[in-house]
Design a protein around this ligand. Structure first.
Ligand SMILES: [Zn+2]
Length: 429
């Protein structure tokens, strides 16, 4: 088999020799060596490892490969000769700083379908398979950090937060445990979450990625897919093991990426103020004996992408009558065909991975997030919304539109006349 012959040589592969290799098709079962996956099994040994490596094709037991969207950069690194296709990760000293689970949710039927609950612990739970030569990569990494945000420093200076040296330093550094999580989809249950057949899901994934993964339609025996999309990052304030204890107060926000606001401070939406307000609430929660959690999903611009998002901004601000709340969702739908593609159906999996049974304080106004969390069997106590003083002027359009659409608010819901008022700034103002 050409793949195996190629795998015997070592060292970086120059361009020219890549071009002359046979293309390694993945659409036929390679026969021997691949370990079975029994998704949702109670122990790691029964479940089996997720093997998405491209170094030894016959060991693969999934569709797709590691690192989500960054798998394409890996291909570029190999194409340019910078990376050997046979590189095997040296995982010395990379093990998680904190143990997460195992929790009963890990094997509850259909509870976790879009990440590998054993993904952080592969070096430990699959040590014998690793010793036998299987290239098993972690899909989750857990580490520690200090996060320093200007809003937290401002809260310290104004007295809303107090440094304690344990959860918050005098310089405004919040001590966190954080984890990066790559998507690992168990296709039969992902299909069930979205109310379609597995066959239809596989066919549409194949077609809408331009035929990127033929095994979606040729290999029904492979049920696990590593999709080329962004993953999630979680930030934990306090003891990670307290997340699974419903007696410990949990303050949580599930946040969807918005680069324009989160990173660059654009004032057209409330994303960063909501995020930093949630972080302040999480720190306070940890300080009073609870635990805080921010789960951050890479779903830029309602998962429509940033190009679509910026097109919508222009459409909103150039329409007759100006940027009004009553046209907020309609303008998105005109450009994208839908109002939102975030589909919160898969979001609660990360909460189940952390063992969460109850969120005492959910910092969010989104009904879609609320409904998805409840549907996942997680209880929600209080809902905490963003204080009015933190809403940028240009973001009033978004807030009014969302409240009118049924998003959570403890205050009055704007009426039809209010929604027709142009509140957004003009494009060149
Ligand atoms: Zn935003």
């Amino acid at each position: 088999m050409p793949a195996e012959v190629a795998a015997k040589s070592s060292g970086p592969v120059p361009h020219s020799s890549l071009a002359s290799q046979h293309i390694r098709l993945t659409s036929h079962a390679s026969g021997h060596g691949a370990l079975p996956i029994h998704w949702g099994a109670a122990t790691a040994a029964e479940r089996g490892p997720v093997v998405g490596t491209t170094t030894k094709r016959s060991h693969r037991n999934v569709i797709g490969t590691h690192s989500g969207s960054y798998s394409v950069y890996r291909a570029l690194a190999i194409a340019s000769g910078a990376l050997s296709p046979r590189h095997k990760a040296d995982l010395t000293n990379t093990s998680p700083t904190d143990l997460i689970g195992p929790y009963p949710q890990w094997s509850e039927p259909g509870r976790i379908v879009s990440l590998d609950p054993w993904g952080a612990a592969v070096a430990d739970v699959f040590s014998s398979e690793l010793a036998a030569g299987y290239d098993i990569r972690p899909t989750i990494a857990v580490t520690k950090a200090h996060v320093i945000l200007p809003e937290v420093i401002e809260a310290l200076q104004s007295g809303r937060l107090k440094a304690d040296g344990k959860y918050l330093t005098a310089g405004g550094g919040a001590l966190v445990t954080k984890a990066a999580i790559e998507p690992v989809w168990y296709l039969p249950e992902v299909a069930r979450r979205f109310g379609c057949s597995e066959t239809d899901l596989r066919r549409v994934l194949f077609e809408e990625t331009g035929g990127m993964y033929p095994e979606l339609v040729t290999r029904s025996d492979l049920e696990v897919f590593l999709p080329p999309i962004g993953g999630q990052t979680i930030y934990i304030f306090g003891n990670p093991q307290d997340l699974a204890n419903p007696a410990v107060e949990l303050t949580a926000r599930v946040h969807d990426e918005c680069n324009g606001s989160d990173v660059f401070g654009s004032d057209i939406c409330t994303c960063r103020p909501y995020l930093t307000h949630a972080i302040e609430e999480c720190i306070q929660g940890a300080q009073r004996g609870g635990v805080g959690l921010v789960a951050y999903s890479r779903k830029e611009g309602r998962a429509l992408g940033e190009v679509t998002k910026f097109l919508v901004y222009n459409a909103r601000k150039r329409q007759v009558g100006g940027d009004t709340a009553d046209q907020y969702f309609a303008r998105t739908e005109c450009v994208a065909g839908v109002q939102d593609m975030r589909f919160q159906e898969l979001m609660p999996d990360v909460l189940s991975w952390l063992g969460v049974r109850k969120i005492h304080r959910l910092v969010s106004m989104s009904n879609m997030k609320f409904d998805a969390i409840i549907k996942a069997g997680i209880e929600i106590g209080e809902r905490v919304n963003i204080p009015d003083s933190l809403i940028p002027e240009d973001a009033r359009v978004e807030m009014d539109a969302k409240m009118a659409a049924g998003y959570f608010t403890p205050g009055p819901v704007p009426d039809a006349a209010e929604l027709k008022k142009a509140k957004g700034r003009e494009l060149d103002a």
